[in-house]
Write a protein that binds this ligand. Structure first.
Ligand SMILES: Cc1cc2nc3c(=O)[nH]c(=O)nc-3n(C[C@H](O)[C@H](O)[C@H](O)COP(=O)(O)O)c2cc1C
Length: 205
């Protein structure tokens, strides 16, 4: 069954997906990839389905989509630095990570794949993830890059490491890429990203 109906006013999720998502608390981490524009539709659909969605962005991501856009779509503050005040009373990323239902990094660049594999925690996205207990809170990573980056030995190695470390990889699709060629590494469409998120948010494990 298709998780989405495309409507002129945007996307509407299926009843099953909506039921799984309603009331969830998620962080969406956005990196500096060309496909970051797709995350506007994802965040809008999540907000419309009663998901408390906090967007965190790498500095590079802010060159592609403005934090203001995500703030308007989510109705929540957007974090662009590990030095942002995550909470007025408790200005720590640990606090935001507490009690989350899921984290999704999309698009996840080759660079951030490498940085997560190495355990870096020096931007808003990686510092929030560093505070998440992945045995309780699923962290989905949706790598997106052109075919050359996707096929780099370092990318293959780093993705293997992420799998071993308990990250859940949303496999990219093959298709048209911004470098005007076709190949593997294309970020899935918003419908699939939301379905993947709903699957882990609504699970009991
Ligand atoms: C126009 C443009 C598009 C880019 N698209 C991607 C991309 O889709 N995937 C990727 O891994 N890197 C892409 N990059 C390179 C990243 O922006 C760069 O590696 C950056 O340092 C990533 O930072 P971040 O991982 O902290 O967001 C792109 C760069 C430019 C200038």
């Amino acid at each position: 069954m298709n998780a989405f109906d495309e409507t002129p006013g945007g996307m509407s999720v299926s009843g099953e997906v909506a039921a799984r998502l309603a009331g969830a608390r998620v962080v969406v981490g956005v990196c500096g990839g060309i496909a970051s524009y797709k995350i506007c539709a994802v965040v809008s659909a999540l907000a419309q389905n009663s998901v408390e969605t906090t967007v965190a962005m790498t500095p590079s991501a802010t060159r592609f989509v403005t934090p203001l856009t995500f703030q308007a779509l989510s109705g929540r503050p957007v974090f662009t630095s590990q030095w942002d005040q995550f909470d007025q009373a408790d200005p720590q990323h640990v606090r935001l990570a507490d009690g989350l239902d899921a984290v999704m990094v999309a698009p996840c660049t080759m660079n951030t794949v490498a940085r997560l594999a190495a355990g870096f925690a020096d931007d808003a996205v990686t510092s929030i993830i560093a505070a998440v207990d992945r045995s309780r809170t699923p962290v989905l990573v949706a790598p997106s890059m052109n075919a050359e980056m996707w096929n780099q030995p370092a990318t293959r190695r780093n993705l293997d490491q992420l799998r071993q470390d308990g990250f859940q990889i949303i496999e990219p699709e093959e298709g048209w890429q911004a470098c005007r060629r076709s190949g593997p590494g294309r970020l899935p469409e918003p419908a699939r990203l939301i379905a993947e998120l709903a699957a882990v948010v609504g699970s009991d494990g």
